[in-house]
Write a protein that binds this ligand. Sequence first.
Ligand code: PGA
Length: 256
Amino acid sequence: MEVIVKEDYDQLSRLAAEEIADVIKRKPQAVIGLATGSTPLGTYKELIRLCREKRLDFGRVVTFNLDEYVGLPPTHDQSYRYFMNENLFNHINIRKENTHVPDGLADDLAAGCRDYEEQIRKSGGIDLQLLGIGGNGHIAFNEPGSSLGSRTRVKTLTEKTRKDNARFFKSMDEVPQYAVTMGIGTIMEARRIVLLASGASKADALAAAVEGPVTAMCPASILQMHPAAIVVADKAAAAKLKGAYPFEPQRVPPKK
Ligand code: PGA
């Protein structure tokens, strides 16, 4: 995996947006995997700016989000569909029917998960997947202990993740207990992966993911096995890395 350490969050966000923009410029009908959380917000702002300045066209782009809470309707302000509409989709020229977020309200959640996998497959697979990393090393809602070959499914959220996310809800009781999430195996099939880590609260998880053993107890560590994964960290998140890492990526053209 390629590790890039940027000075701060703004630079991290700009580089992440450039990585996404590069893929879309090479392939206007690219399939992009997107993430929620605080970390990608700067990246989305940058993508919106590029689109407004007519430097990036989302007209044919297809997206698949990593995860969604079970039980929250798309209109709930903490649902990930709502988050994506508010923070990206409503501000760019993407066709809403080309945007996919797992359905956390399906009567048959297992069938919904299988269908999500099928939709990704039918779209031709994900060209670039954007990821955050949890303070416990999770990617999407694949908590520690998740099977490294897992597919899209329902997961029980750990207490740590529920507490981390409680800041967005009125009380801890309102934080959902379950989520639908792409599996680690699903994520690993993306042709290129960009994992973002910002802030000191991610330093331990990032060090474990980048320099520790590949283990289900740190799901992000599986990215060491990916042929085209890039980790973009700011200095605070990179503080516990022992290796020396560059400030700029080597430009590797994404696989078609
Ligand atoms: P954050 O979440 O971007 O809000 O820190 C990342 C994650 O939990 O995957």
